[in-house]
Design a protein around this ligand. Structure first.
Ligand code: CTP
Length: 415
């Protein structure tokens, strides 16, 4: 490690963790641990209501610092101005409907309100409340106001709420919030906050009998790298994962599938509630017409069985058709191509983009078994508007970043 002579420059980034008065306040304790484990200097600033859910000793013990909700403590130190001014990041979790409203209107009747008004660093807010409160016009207007000022307001997660009810309103998991914080602190672009991605990855398997299948060589590395790149930029990502043997990217939701039909069902079900679909999976084009109930046996006469195949549904085409004239979700296809007597890899890619009708097509040259399972890749990204972005040999993570850059540009297109 290179040390400078300036002790301030060597100090860990200071983060203010604002905690709102909601039942999810207890989850902020887990977020605090993660931020501290990352080497960050964290000052907790709860609201008065938050202290009714989780008390001052918890925050103080976990942060190693004194904790106050008021502007009247340690006044000589002017904490209501100093904390916001010195912070590298302010993260608020949970951000209740009331707290979002107060932040949107610049109210400062407690320490957190003052911090939010004096902070010039990035601010991340992770809402949690009942679905009705989240969907109320007042809350949505406040969120829009905060986002228009550059504040990163995450979308709440969908799931079980305080009572028996469920819906959008759950606090995003602490590790998801932490990943957004780390990405923001590392200077990474947070241009996908609030965007929902559904990414298919891996290769489907089509059963022949209880023990055999027809499969392909896709490792899932590129799809997983795209999921990780989107998460690092603030997106919420569901990975529909076909037979992948890789650790799930932190913060992703993984839905395991086996066959093309299972993948079709999961992708179509999720397509109405997302901003971006990435079809990175290698989906079987054919499957055995019948699946034998019993293991297929060798015959004594030496004859080999004939396997009759039928077409599977083209998932990508189905998603494009289902979208109709809408511009959302943005749909990204992948094309594994080899050149042949009908054209080179690029010509096949351009024809496929037109045929499939997606917004972007990431074209891989798979001649001679390149790509599969490797860590390096080389692609061309084609856009429906006629754009062509060449990405020379790079790691799958770097390629993923370029693909995600192109997705962001497409999301920002005025269509
Ligand atoms: N794809 C799909 N459903 C299928 C086959 C492919 O959704 N049944 C998707 C893949 O996930 C990929 C894109 O279509 O995003 C292109 O896949 P590729 O195998 O290159 O193209 P095919 O449509 O299968 O065309 P061909 O094999 O004839 O080149």
């Amino acid at each position: 490690m290179i040390m400078s002579d300036d002790p301030v420059a060597d100090a860990p980034p200071s983060v203010v963790l604002g905690v709102g008065g909601g039942i999810a306040a207890y989850k902020a304790a887990e977020l605090l641990r993660r931020l501290r484990a990352h080497g960050l200097d964290v000052t907790v600033v709860p609201t008065r209501a938050a202290l009714r859910f989780v008390g001052e000793p918890t925050w103080s013990a976990l942060s190693g610092k004194p904790v106050s909700a008021e502007v009247w403590d340690d006044v000589h130190d002017v904490p209501h101005v100093r904390l916001g001014q010195q912070a590298s990041l302010v993260v608020v979790a949970p951000a209740t409907a009331d707290l979002l409203a107060r932040a949107a209107h610049g109210l400062a009747d407690d320490l957190l309100g003052n911090v939010l008004l004096t902070a010039s660093c990035p601010i991340v807010m992770a809402p949690a409340m009942h679905t009705e409160m989240w969907e109320h016009g007042a809350t949505q207007a406040n969120v829009a106001t905060l986002r228009s000022r550059g504040i990163i307001v995450l979308d709440p997660a969908v799931g079980r709420l305080t009572g028996a009810d469920s819906g959008p309103g759950r606090l995003p998991e602490p590790d998801v919030i932490a990943e957004v914080c780390f990405a923001v602190l590392s200077g990474s672009k947070a241009d996908l906050v609030g965007k929902r991605f559904v990414v298919s990855a891996g290769g489907t398997r089509e059963a022949l009998d209880p023990v055999r299948y027809l499969g392909n060589r896709s490792s899932g590395k590129q799809g997983y790298a795209i999921a990780a790149a989107a998460i690092a930029r603030g997106a919420q990502v569901t990975l529909v994962s076909a037979n992948v043997n890789l650790p799930a990217p932190a913060g992703s939701t993984v839905v395991p599938v086996q066959s093309a039909q299972e993948l079709l069902v999961e992708m179509v079900n999720r397509s109405t509630d997302c901003d971006v679909i990435v079809m990175a999976a290698a989906v079987a084009d054919f499957r055995p017409s019948t699946v034998s109930e019993h293991k297929i046996k060798k015959h004594d006469d030496g004859a080999s069985p004939t396997i009759e195949l039928e077409r599977t549904t083209d998932v990508l085409a189905e998603l494009v058709t289902g979208r109709g004239d809408a511009t959302r979700p943005v749909i990204v296809g992948f094309a594994a191509e080899t050149g042949d007597q009908h054209g080179d890899v690029l010509e096949h890619g351009k024809a496929k983009l037109r045929r499939k009708g997606c917004d972007l097509l990431v074209v891989n040259d798979v001649s001679d078994g390149k790509v599969f399972g490797r860590d390096q890749n080389e692609v061309v990204i084609l856009t429906a508007q006629g754009g062509l972005i060449e990405v020379p040999s790079s790691s799958k993570a770097q390629i993923a970043d370029r693909v995600v850059d192109t997705i962001v540009s497409t999301l920002n297109l005025d269509r």
